[in-house]
Design a protein around this ligand. Sequence first.
Ligand SMILES: *[C@@H]1O[C@H](CO)[C@@H](O)[C@H](O)[C@H]1NC(C)=O
Ligand SMILES: *[C@@H]1O[C@H](CO)[C@@H](O)[C@H](O)[C@H]1NC(C)=O
Ligand SMILES: *[C@@H]1O[C@H](CO)[C@@H](O)[C@H](O)[C@H]1NC(C)=O
Ligand SMILES: *[C@@H]1O[C@H](CO)[C@@H](O)[C@H](O)[C@H]1NC(C)=O
Ligand SMILES: *[C@@H]1O[C@H](CO)[C@@H](O)[C@H](O)[C@H]1NC(C)=O
Length: 275
Amino acid sequence: MQPLLWVVVTVLHLLALVTRPALSDPSDEACLSNLRRSMTDPGNRLCNWTAATFVASCNGFTSYLHGVTCNNGRVYKLALPGLTLGGSLSPYLANCTNLQSLDLSSNALTGPIPPQLSTLLNLAVLNLSANRLSGTIPPQLALCAYLNFIDLHANLLSGTIPAQLGLLARLSAFDVSYNRLEGPIPALFANRSDDLALPRFNASSFVGNRGLYGYPLPPERGGRGLSVPAIVGIGLGSGLLSLVLSFTAVCVWLRATERTTKAPGEEGKVSHLDY
Ligand SMILES: *[C@@H]1O[C@H](CO)[C@@H](O)[C@H](O)[C@H]1NC(C)=O
Ligand SMILES: *[C@@H]1O[C@H](CO)[C@@H](O)[C@H](O)[C@H]1NC(C)=O
Ligand SMILES: *[C@@H]1O[C@H](CO)[C@@H](O)[C@H](O)[C@H]1NC(C)=O
Ligand SMILES: *[C@@H]1O[C@H](CO)[C@@H](O)[C@H](O)[C@H]1NC(C)=O
Ligand SMILES: *[C@@H]1O[C@H](CO)[C@@H](O)[C@H](O)[C@H]1NC(C)=O
């Protein structure tokens, strides 16, 4: 009787452990708490994001945090667009290891895009558009093999477009327009292989970057983007040229009139012939 009771009690204990509401994964907790710390929230839209709620941020498919979606007890989607969030992107975002979609678009975030995001191997959507992010686009993002959407338009990003990103086989939307990018557009973007049926990206993905050139944008810049010394040089050069030309023209005209005045007889002969 005694051993049976012990078994029943043990089984009940185990059942209780299994059915207890799941606490969030410790790495998700590190991710969310550090992200909250790195951002400012003047509109107090993340009032739900408190230390207590981080611990129980996901329970199965239920999330207790604004903008967080869960799947099997793990954070798989973060969507906080248009909340006037400031501050920066925490590199600890990389601790949300099951993250598939990150949308922090239309906020006022500053600072760099953490290269640590490259460890998010399930990431399919990266939308950081319409912020004030600066620095370069981390080439390491090419390690996120499932990336479908990269939208970084309307930021202050500089440097060149990492050619590696053009190798992302699933990439179907890519927008880096209206930044401060420069250099040639990697051929892998404009001219992706037809055999692999990779979508090509047209000029709308790249416009609004003064330093970017090459297909599908116009080739390396002509008149519009010339430097000030070049413009001054061309101005002076063409001014000088037109001066020389008009001087020559005047000389030729003077010589011609001189010749006609020196030969009045000839002119007279010609007029005589008319009669
Ligand atoms: C979070 O990520 C950092 C660096 O990637 C790692 O050192 C740390 O152990 C992670 N924390 C948790 C709780 O997983
Ligand atoms: C905040 O969390 C509570 C549950 O804890 C939820 O009912 C409420 O809708 C959440 N508010 C927002 C803005 O997400
Ligand atoms: C990114 O978010 C903006 C609005 O916040 C939206 O207009 C845009 O379509 C999104 N980009 C992608 C690729 O879904
Ligand atoms: C694009 O590919 C075509 C052939 O597929 C090639 O003729 C052309 O030069 C390529 N353009 C660039 C910019 O690489
Ligand atoms: C560029 O491609 C996008 C879809 O990726 C499309 O909506 C848009 O109309 C295209 N623009 C031009 C000028 O072809």
